[in-house]
Design a protein around this ligand. Structure first.
Ligand code: ADP
Ligand code: MG
Length: 700
């Protein structure tokens, strides 16, 4: 019985007549489908075209799945044991082929009858001059009813569900039963004027067509509508969050700038670039506005984000607040700490480092000082998120390389300050494409450092294949003779002792030692003890060694301006963003720098695209776009956990235009009607509220 008090779409799926309690339970546990709404939203991931029948004489190897009408003339069992199979001869008026089953043989024998018209569907493979089809889908053709041609939805399912008859077809049968009942209850989620302007079909029509389109045009309309809705609500949600925060969230007011001026005048070792000055002004505006800052700072590798971060921290400290800087890895946190230490010492500001390997006694003292407010700046890894870390008055929170942290973690840092939320500055080192940024950080204001410090020369990138290694050694020699230093980086995926990658690195180290007997060579990899790493790093920094053979531990780690050549071994195995990061380790001084990519002699088309992109451009944004094209957004490090990017219809690498368009629409709506009070916007308010609930339930 349907419960009258529950909205129809929230009805439990066991109440669907065709379902049965056991299958309902399996859908609960296997796919997390509990309600009619969730079943309706179990959209097919593709459709198979059943709109035409193929004749056996037309078959060819390259065809995708095909549909053939004919009769079985003979069935026989062939082979034994695991090779045992049922083979049927299947004929139409143009020829004959074979159908093959390895499983459920006795069931097929019992139920499939010779000389009855069937429609079979599947992928054909050629054996000699005969085609066969393994485990075809097979349907009886009842003469009174024409074959059900058209697009067949294909649904995700699981082995357990299949055993209970809920294969794709079984799920499709349930939806066939549910949709006619549900259609009257499906509410529109977009205002009429938007549907009209963008020529979108209604929500209920879209739901019907996405499952059971009669033709491609209907399917496309359904997808277009659902994609629009998906992107639009992401933007509406982010912008709404932003508007809401701007209204509600007060921030501490940081007005004093004495400390900053003191630092500028006496200690800053270089002139800031215009871009750095501009973003500092933008940030300062936020900090004195009385509202909580939520800002994204984007800037290419080497553009000088760290000093900007430090300057912002000075503003916080000058105004009696504390600041923290969180980095995704221990190496990066340590580097920030070491890099900023000279400044903090000159200014007499207490600053500490907190990571997973901070010793207990040091940690206890540090946490005490932090809570008392004696410690002004703390730099660290996600260890900063632990509950034991309490601030006296956290005023500014800086997160480096945000995309490796999740939205939930960002929120956790905010909670560390109960009175007024701390100001938040998120820095991304790897440039991300605009559309991705809009979607991931759409609730943040954006500042961009689009200029490198003066005197930097663009890095020359060269690409050699394995067999030209001697030329690479020659180039390395030339560089070292000029008094410069060289990195050689190996891809080591998992740094265990048995690891083949690590052996490559060690062998490479030996080869280089032999090849360059007159020079000293450092080595750095994840299996070394922290103090060993430290010592090797220090030796290279002090120019006691000439070549540094390393794994990607140096990706974000080091800053040695005298190192002007980066040689990357097996470059095809790195991702684009990572190659760009690695290349950013050189070109930090005034000298011309080089990046040399060494790849296998034969590499894939994708790898060639990747390496030629590196040779062609040093522009991080261009590289980010190419990366997005290659890998798709889901794969860009850590983006999945943000919960925002589980897109079902849109593809950020292809729908850039729609992302911008829907953002503009959402922006306009919130400008005109910030609280969504107008009657035509009530549906927006309702859907927004619902989507917010599901989003947060996913994150926590
Ligand atoms: P990133 O943006 O990649 O984090 P960093 O902050 O590590 O870059 O800066 C890279 C290097 O450039 C550092 O050695 C830093 O001291 C130096 N630097 C930063 N700003 C300037 C500037 N305006 N002029 C000269 N060097 C600068
Ligand atoms: Mg940095």
């Amino acid at each position: 019985m349907l419960n009258k008090n529950v909205p129809f779409l929230e009805t439990k799926i066991e109440y669907l007549k065709e379902m049965g309690p056991q299958r309902a339970m399996l859908l609960n546990t296997e796919l997390g489908i509990f309600t009619f709404r969730e079943l309706l939203e179990h959209y097919p991931f593709r459709h198979e075209d059943r709109s035409c029948l193929i004749k056996i004489c037309q078959l060819s190897d390259e065809m995708p799945c095909v549909q053939i009408q004919g009769r079985i003339t003979e069935m026989r069992i062939v082979g034994e044991g695991t090779k045992k199979r049922l083979v049927a001869t299947f004929k139409d008026e143009t020829g004959s082929m074979e159908l093959v089953w390895f499983q459920a043989i006795s069931w097929i024998q019992k139920n499939i009858k010779p000389y009855v018209e069937y429609i079979v569907f599947g992928k054909v493979t050629r054996f000699g001059d005969k085609f066969n089809m393994v485990h075809p889908e097979i349907d009886v053709l009842i003469s009174a009813q024409p074959p059900k041609l058209g697009l067949t939805p294909i649904y995700h399912t699981t082995e357990k569900l299949k055993k209970r008859g809920l294969d794709s077809k079984g799920i499709s049968k349930l939806l066939e039963a549910l949709i006619p009942l549900a259609l009257p209850y499906i509410q529109e989620t977009l205002p009429g004027y938007i549907l009209e302007k963008y020529k979108l079909i209604s929500k209920s029509q879209a739901v019907q067509f996405i499952h059971f389109p009669e033709n491609i045009a209907q399917l496309q309309k359904a997808k277009a509508r659902l994609k629009f809705e998906e992107l639009f609500y992401i933007q509406l949600r982010l912008l709404h969050l932003k508007t809401e925060r701007k209204q509600k969230c007060d921030g501490q007011v940081f007005q004093k700038t004495q400390l900053l001026t003191h630092f500028y005048k006496n200690y800053l070792p270089f002139d800031l670039t215009d871009a750095q000055k501009r973003v500092i002004r933008e940030i300062f505006q936020d900090l004195k506005s009385g509202k909580q800052m939520n800002r994204l700072l984007q800037g290419d590798v080497g553009s000088g984000k760290t000093i900007v971060a430090f300057i912002c921290m000075l503003l916080a400290i000058d105004n009696n607040a504390q600041a923290c800087l969180m980095a995704p890895t221990e190496i990066l946190a340590t580097q920030h700490f070491q890099g900023l230490k000279p400044y903090s010492e000159m200014l007499n500001i207490s600053m500490a480092l907190l990571t997973g390997s901070t010793k207990k006694t040091a940690r206890t003292k540090l946490l005490e000082d932090l809570e008392k407010g004696d410690l002004k700046i703390i730099i660290g890894t996600h260890a900063l998120l632990e509950d034991s870390v309490k601030f006296h008055n956290l005023g500014l929170c800086i997160i480096d390389e945000q995309h490796r942290f999740g939205v939930a973690q960002r929120a956790k840092l905010w909670e560390k300050q109960s009175k007024t939320l701390p100001h938040v500055l998120v820095m991304t080192a790897t440039p991300i494409p605009r559309t991705l940024a809009m979607t991931l950080y759409g609730d943040l204001d954006v500042s961009i450092i689009d200029e490198l410090p003066a005197g930097r020369k663009p890095i020359h990138t060269l690409w050699f294949s394995e067999k030209n290694r001697l030329r690479v050694f020659g180039l390395m020699k030339q560089e070292i003779q000029k008094g410069r230093q060289v990195y050689v980086v190996y891809p080591v995926i998992e740094e265990s002792e048995q690891n083949a990658d690590l052996k490559d690195l060690l062998k490479g180290y030996e080869v280089i030692c032999q090849e360059f007997p007159q020079y000293r060579v450092s080595i750095l990899h994840g299996r070394m003890k922290p103090n060993e790493k430290e010592a090797e790093m220090q030796a290279f920094k002090e120019q006691k060694t000439h070549i540094m053979v390393a794994t990607t531990v140096i990706e974000v780690g080091v800053n040695v301006p005298n190192a002007t050549m980066m040689v990357i071994e097996n470059a095809e195995r790195f991702g684009l963003a990572q190659l760009h990061q690695l290349r950013g380790r050189v070109g930090r001084g005034a000298e011309q720098s080089y990046c040399i990519l060494i790849s296998g002699d034969k590499i894939s088309k994708e790898a060639r695209f990747k390496l030629s992109t590196m040779v062609r451009t040093t522009n991080g944004f261009e590289i980010a776009d190419a990366d997005l094209k290659l890998r798709g957004p889901g794969d860009l490090a850590g983006t999945q956990q943000s919960g925002i990017l589980q897109l079902r219809f849109a593809d950020l690498s292809q729908d850039a235009f729609l992302v911008q368009e829907t953002r503009a629409i959402a922006q306009k709506i919130l400008e005109d009607d910030p609280l969504l009070e107008r009657p035509e916007h009530q549906i927006l308010k309702q859907s927004l509220f619902r989507s917010k609930q599901t989003m947060w339930s996913k994150i926590s």
